[in-house]
Design a protein around this ligand. Structure first.
Ligand SMILES: *[C@@H]1O[C@H](CO)[C@@H](O)[C@H](O)[C@H]1NC(C)=O
Ligand SMILES: *[C@@H]1O[C@H](CO)[C@@H](O)[C@H](O)[C@H]1NC(C)=O
Length: 221
């Protein structure tokens, strides 16, 4: 009976090659582990100057404010499947802080009710301002007859009118599209009008005292 000595297996050239490859792989992994934080640091250093103003300061981004608004007509003609509307709003753009020139171009505003756009967007004059100062205002007015496709859309408008009348307030949305110093910035403004103040013949106006708009994703206006 012979006892085999418990020796490590002989080192074959193939085994040495495998071990070398393992060493190389381990060294590469260690290098990558060391370099990864460095790469992240470099990326942050390179990107920070362009990202920080966008993320934190947004110097070219002025959110409009609805200074006032009036609603004279908002009713649905079931026979013709049309919304008859007449409203106006004054948008205020307060001064951006800083000493650079702020340019607001391609300024457009469009009202909608219950998801139904009322007429075409109104193009408003652009604004150019440098430094602090009083806010600029732009007045927009929309009036007309908007056809609503019968069916789901028409039902949505009818239901919204009934609900808003019951609650006592008409909620009309105004989408505002702008290009501020070259960057597209869009906003949604919700205007609330006391329903009781709107006469059916447009002789009386319901007044909205004003409110801030919020950032919105671009909708084709
Ligand atoms: C909308 O209301 C204003 C203010 O009363 C009025 O001058 C204008 O003629 C109305 N527009 C339409 C299309 O009815
Ligand atoms: C409109 O209706 C109101 C009552 O809601 C009435 O007092 C007024 O005279 C009407 N105006 C017109 C022009 O028909």
């Amino acid at each position: 009976m012979s006892t085999e000595p418990n020796l490590p297996p002989p080192v074959s050239p193939r085994g040495a090659g495998a071990r070398r490859r393992q060493c190389v792989a381990a060294a590469a992994a260690a290098t990558a582990a060391c370099l990864a934080p460095l790469a992240v640091l470099l990326a942050v250093l390179v990107l920070a100057p362009s990202l920080l103003p966008r993320l934190l300061l947004r110097p070219h981004h002025v959110v409009p404010y609805v200074a006032s608004a009036e609603l004279r007509l908002l009713s649905f003609d079931a026979a013709a499947s049309t919304v008859v509307y007449n409203l106006s709003a004054t948008l205020r753009f307060d001064s951006p802080s800083g000493l650079y020139t702020w340019r607001c171009t391609a300024l457009r505003a469009a009202p909608s009710y219950a998801g139904q756009r009322l007429g075409d967007a109104t193009a408003l004059p652009g604004i150019t301002r440098r430094g602090a100062g009083a806010g600029d205002t732009r007045a927009a007015a929309w009036a007309g007859t908007q056809r609503v496709p019968p069916g789901r859309r028409a039902r949505a408008v009818t239901a919204a009118l009934a609900r808003d009348r019951a609650v006592g307030w008409y909620a009309v949305k105004v989408d505002v599209a702008t290009v501020q110093n070259g960057a597209e910035s869009d906003f949604a403004c919700v205007l609330s009008f006391p329903a009781a103040a709107v006469a059916h013949n447009g002789s009386a106006a319901a007044v909205f005292d004003g409110g801030r708009c919020v950032d919105a994703v671009r909708c084709d206006i």
